[in-house]
Design a protein around this ligand. Sequence first.
Ligand SMILES: Cc1ncc(COP(=O)(O)O)c(C=O)c1O
Length: 368
Amino acid sequence: MAGMIPLVDVKAQWEEVKEEVLSGWNEVLETCNLFLGPNVQAFEQEFASFCGVKFAKGIASGTDALTLALKAVGVEGKEVILPSLTFFATAEAVVMAGGIPVFAEIEEKNYCISPEDVERKITDKTRAVIVVHLYGHPAPVEKIKEIIGEREIYIIEDSAQAHGSRRDGKITGGMGNIAAFSFYISKNLSALGEAGCITTNSRELADRIELLRNHGQVSKYEHILIGTNSRLDELQAVVLRAKLKRLEEWNEKRQRIAQFYLQELKDLPVILPEIESGCTHTWHLFVVRTERRDGLFDYLRKKGIGCGIHYKVPCHLQPPMREYGYKEGMLPLTERITQEVLSLPIYPHLKEEDAGRVVEEIRRFFNG
Ligand SMILES: Cc1ncc(COP(=O)(O)O)c(C=O)c1O
């Protein structure tokens, strides 16, 4: 059998940044200045500039970034509207911050939260809406802003899957009031361990995040609020700085692979992802849909092709969400889509011949 093609491969990325990272790590280790030091500060500036925002604050993970962003806007005892088709951390963060998760439907054309359903779900208790730029497609933030109007409801971007995605010229991280990024190893921008970041244009929110990530500490052992330990460390900041320089180029490589799949799969009985007009997709995941999803998944796996399902069970049907009264049938489109989605291998260093083999095997599956 030909070699394995994994769903994600970060080894080639490592080869590209290795020299720079090892030399940066050496400097950090020589000084032993390990937390919130010069590399974190430099990365925060560089990432803020990349996202076109005033502030970026390094955080220990994407989950923490979401939780702290929710805490900073104050959702305790309030409702937070969010999509159910997302990684569970989005919903978990709402609960961790003391909020009540209110799940909304998605739009079939981009798999992101439906503005119409957000409108239906807003109540007097709504404090925030989380938009998830799912799979790398930017969510319709402007439409949601129009719906919110003058009400005091915050828009929080879950940008974990969309570093560099754009809609009508605006880049993720600066579309709403505050945004959370994950730098988990599989992400378009990834650390070599756990890491995340919060971006915002609000000085007030940025100052609050700075306190929340470091025990509410204003000076050594002086604490003015209950925070947590969620600092970004210098070793991860070195990695992120090296990779951020290459992010646009790596996103372009993902775009070329996506175009290849879109072209080569168009005559097959799969529903292909769409790119809404005015949007730049960064293809964190390339997700196709078919009613024969499970069969195709097993077939590709047997042929040595890694694939994934994002996500098999929507958040509102996960057991911990039962206490909020969620059950099957409440979000029919989301539920149907979770039965059909299949993620194909995509990463900047995926070889053309390997993408070709993925297409060939999908063709064989459908043509018997
Ligand atoms: C949409 C989404 N939100 C949140 C997270 C959580 O990020 P982390 O794994 O860095 O905690 C992830 C990724 O894992 C994600 O894909």
